[in-house]
Design a protein around this ligand. Structure first.
Ligand SMILES: Nc1ncnc2c1ncn2[C@@H]1O[C@H](COP(=O)(O)OP(=O)(O)OP(=O)(O)O)[C@@H](O)[C@H]1O
Length: 213
């Protein structure tokens, strides 16, 4: 994934050079190079504990690399972490409106309804978040992506986790639409991604590095 891009390569969104990450005593990866460009999807792979979540946190600016650099070249990125960040005491519509407002997106009832509808959750809009299953919570958390219009980088940590086949299909549809408008995606996960239609590039973090460095 290194080397000079062709002269008419799509706009650069993220670039990592000799990126190293340490968690505690362990060096998770030591010299990672990759570029994420407009319209691309990179599927970060690797065993449990190999550092996939850690890489996304570096990309989001939520953690600092041990060495090397990770540069964000494009506008405001979207980070959807593994935790759903939904408040239990709110209704589904209120919780999503809160996320949309944080992002500076329209959060009126029409916008909320449309986003919930894309994830098949519109009928539960007045239900309290605490009454939802894990998969339903995941759908509501991902509904914020349906309200996005910018070709920004999306950083998604295990977005397919807890989704059923129908939910995964809806998310694959959002990813396809985002790529078509020039958005980019860096995501982790062990299953659910429609590799046939999305044609991801794979970034393999390999086996867990068990040596201390
Ligand atoms: N808060 C922490 N403090 C110290 N070490 C941590 C911490 N969180 C994670 N680690 C270490 O970092 C390693 C990588 O964690 P990370 O969550 O990035 O892996 P992952 O590839 O996303 O795993 P999974 O596939 O299980 O989600 C873990 O194996 C763990 O040893």
């Amino acid at each position: 994934m290194s080397g000079l891009p062709p002269p008419n390569a799509p706009e650069l969104h993220l670039s990592a050079r000799a990126l190293a990450c340490r968690r505690g005593q362990r060096l998770l990866f030591g010299a990672l190079d990759f570029e994420l460009r407009a319209g691309e999807l990179i599927w970060v792979r690797g065993r449990n504990g190999s550092g996939k979540t850690s890489l996304l946190r570096l990309a989001a600016g939520l953690a600092t690399p041990e060495s090397g650099e990770l540069r964000r070249h494009a506008g405001r990125l979207v980070f959807v972490g593994h935790a759903n960040a939904l408040k239990d005491e709110l209704t589904v519509a209120q919780a999503l409106a809160f996320l949309l407002q944080l992002r500076g997106l329209a959060a009126d009832s029409g916008a909320v309804q449309a986003a919930l509808d894309r994830l098949g959750m519109a009928a539960r809009r007045d239900a309290p978040v605490r009454s939802l299953s894990q998969g339903q919570r995941r759908r509501v958390a991902l509904a914020r992506l349906a309200a996005e219009r910018e070709p920004a980088p999306w950083l998604l940590d295990e977005p397919f986790d807890a989704l059923d086949v129908e939910g995964a299909e809806r998310l694959n549809g959002l990813l396809l639409q985002h790529r078509a408008r020039g958005g980019s995606v860096l995501l982790t996960g062990h299953q659910g991604l429609d590799t046939q239609r999305l044609q991801p590039r794979e970034l393999d973090l390999g086996p867990v590095n068990t040596t201390e460095g």
